[in-house]
Design a protein around this ligand. Sequence first.
Ligand code: HEC
Ligand code: HEC
Length: 445
Amino acid sequence: MRRVGFAKAGRVLAGLALATILGGAADRPAPLDVEHWRKAFARPDHAPTPPGNPASPDKVALGAKLFDDTRLSGSGDVACATCHQADLSFSDGIDRHPGLDGQPLERRTPPLWNLAWALSFFWDGRAESLETQAIEPIENTREMAGDLDRSLQALSADPQMRKAFASAFPEDPAVSRANMAKALAAFQRTLVSPETRFDRWVKGDDAALEPDEIAGLSLFVGKAACVACHKGWRFTDDAFHDIGLPGDDKGRGPILGIAAADHAFKTPSLRERVWSAPYMHDGSLASFEDVVDHYADRVIRRPTLSADLPQHLDLSATERAQLVAFLNTLSSNDPPRPASIPPKAMAFGTDAEVVATSTVSQKDRRFTPGAVVLTVGEALRILNDDIRVHNVRVDGPDKSFNSDAQNPGDTVTIGFDRAGHYDVICGIHPEMRLSVNVESAQKEK
Ligand code: HEC
Ligand code: HEC
């Protein structure tokens, strides 16, 4: 709690300082294309749910109970909520939480807002869904050191829990590992960050933001180029980047076995971050001021550095304060409570226009076209005409393909010898999605 009070006091002080600095009209940023950015940052109407785990109020209620339940841990005194605290944006206010051995964990506890839209989980993206993610902290010897079978036994000995599982999973009421994971995932998908002052501006209320906050937004989407990675209403591209922080943690690289992805971590959402200091995967930066100073002054230039960072970023004291003022508008004034937003079952890559071509471009971190149709036996050529290293992957039940590091200029060729639907992604930029329909040659006309 102490930390939160501190963060808020800092915010008021920053506001006062800005008012003084802004007396002059120096450093006026380029005019903002208001209509464009209002569209780009608009909030969605629905929260996606995977077809295999539809949401229901009972399932969410069970997940919320489990999230707070210390019986999930081996020691019996650690719950998910011990580290993911509701009043701290589901983080814990410290750089790295002590593990059960008393030593700090490797990484900071990330806030859990808006994970319904996330494409991968953990700082290094090693989990593919909230369902697969949920079990890991329980079994992790340093986090909860749980013996899942024992936890499940303890829960099934509790008549109230048995009842809660039965209402959440009427078709299959078992107090099982799979149901526990599904309930925890369904609960976490309801953690949608609420609207803030920034959203009022997005909806058309010009007066919702102060002039210095608008100036910060102009920098964010303009000169400072933050929006290259912190994009959309969640302010993340769901991709992995090396932003030049010191430290030995290799992040995404070892997960993919690709050195070009060393030091790359998942771009965090910037929603409700006032409540979740300190920042970064290692909790090494205490405040938004420190974060902005990092991008302006302290980026370590190394071969793995993200091509999406500006080559050079010169920010005056006023501009830094304006960026911080803007970041503050993405957080609530009081400890945020989840917004209520209806769930909707969503499938992968359904909205791209299907094109009959066998050659796909990757320029600007996008597969173009986003959906192709091929005939069995035809090969798909994916050309890296981008400035970034990519990692083309197909992880399907019928086909598995991994290009390893695909450098700019490299072409990857994938053969398809069976009809079906395949999803192609990039392991470093999982927001890149290509849907491939392979039709059999003797298809009836
Ligand atoms: C001891 C502290 C601790 C406990 C207890 C804990 N977590 Fe975490 N959680 C972490 C840390 C640290 C990470 C980041 C680990 C990493 O990225 O390598 C994390 C990551 C996550 C993520 C990934 C978020 C993202 O942005 O990708 C989710 C989801 C999550 N935890 C949910 C849970 C759930 C559900 C439980 C209970 C079953 C739980 N956590 C228990 C500390 C904890
Ligand atoms: C190249 C992509 C990229 C750009 C450009 C970028 N960021 Fe980030 N940002 C990231 C990644 C990745 C992280 C997490 C890095 C880590 O923990 O190692 C991050 C972390 C942050 C965090 C900490 C969030 C948290 O919860 O820990 C803030 C705040 C932030 N960025 C703000 C900004 C601002 C402001 C700018 C523009 C000056 C900016 N970013 C530019 C990718 C980017």
